[in-house]
Design a protein around this ligand. Sequence first.
Ligand code: UD1
Ligand code: CA
Length: 434
Amino acid sequence: MSLSIIVLAAGKGSRMLSSKPKVLNEVGNYPMLFHILDSLNSIKDAKVRIVISTSLSQYKKVIKSKYKKVTFSIQLKQNGTADAVKSALDESIQNSNTTLVLCGDTPLISKKTLKKSIKKFYKDNLDLCVISMIPDSHVNSYGKLKFINKRLIGISENNEISSNEHSNICNSGIMIVKTKKLIENLKLIKNNNRKKEFFLTDLVEIFNERKLSIDHIPCEFTETLGVNCMKDLARVNFEFQRMRRNYYLSKGVVMEAPETVFFSHDTQIGKNVIIQPNVYFGPAVKIRNGVILRSFSYLDNVTVSNDSVIGPYARIRDGVEIKENSKIGNFVEIKKSKIDKNVKISHLSYIGDSIINSDSNIGAGAITCNYDGIRKNQTIIGKNCFVGSNTSLVAPLNIKKGSIIGAGTVVNKDVPIETVVYRKSELIKKNKKK
Ligand code: UD1
Ligand code: CA
């Protein structure tokens, strides 16, 4: 059985009121379209075609670099979902037995639901089936399924409903159909509706009239949440976070207030990790075992090794590696740096473009001056160094192992091994009355 998958992603997304193509809006810091393509990756031997508009075609390269096998069709004018499917029907899709159509703005659909639905479609030898759901509110913008004696006979789009003919069961936008019958009947769809668009959903009524075998497969509503406006996107992000939090809790992560912790799609958390309230994970964060993340910390592109403690109020970003048993305290920012094991940076520091070797201690208010106004320069601090409070480390700079820098020093020359450096500034005492 050969399967084609068509992802509809050419819509104008006008209800988003944003210049960004709708399907590239992010859920868990990851484009909606990528969520879908990742789920589709698990369906073996299927050809995946994405229908895009000309405005999305500039992103083809980026998409292709991540999903090598996908192909694209361009829908020149956004004349509706049926027209979008039509623009994808080239020879390679026409030769497949079955076609799965889904919308690029429904990012939470799971592999499990897709696989289960495809299985049922084959098992029941259907000509067409839609994945259905029951929204949690009667006021919604989804297409409503119409039944006669529990038999599916059509779908009415939200703006087109005139009577009580519809049920509370709605269309997820996902359809599985025999390709040959899809091609034969797609031509029969007309655009005599308020939007003057060709609705793919009209296929259900046509199939019913032609006595073809149709059905619907119910699915969890949250998986089928569609994104048409920013409010929908916020709802999808909310559900995504709920699912991620439950996932990490089920893996033994300790979170006192999980509803205040935000994860990205690719956050990795090890065993025996404690996450205090209000921690944010940007993309590419890996937390190993036994780490404590204290409140109000922001991590983005960071790996934290076993037993380190981060925060409260730490900002760590842009490619940072923190090795075992290090302590990064409050109001410390670290950017693009390697922090070796047993390092302490406990308060009020900025560490940028640096390498700090093991067992070193960086005092309160120590700053790497990494930018000279033109370029970013590196600071290297050797093993077992002590950098006093309120020092300015003017990069490029190499402080060799075992050295001590006195408080308040501006260091702008390399420091040899096991050297004490301090800036002499005499304390002048005068009696005010003299
Ligand atoms: C669609 C369904 C509706 C369903 C809902 C589920 C139709 C007519 N309606 O409504 O029954 O309940 O999805 O979320 O199918 N697109 C194109 N080209 C176009 C128009 C749309 O590629 O010319 C793409 C969009 O990018 C989007 C998808 O098709 O990914 C659905 O279009 P959208 O306008 O969002 O349809 P809905 O009103 O949500
Ligand atoms: Ca939609």
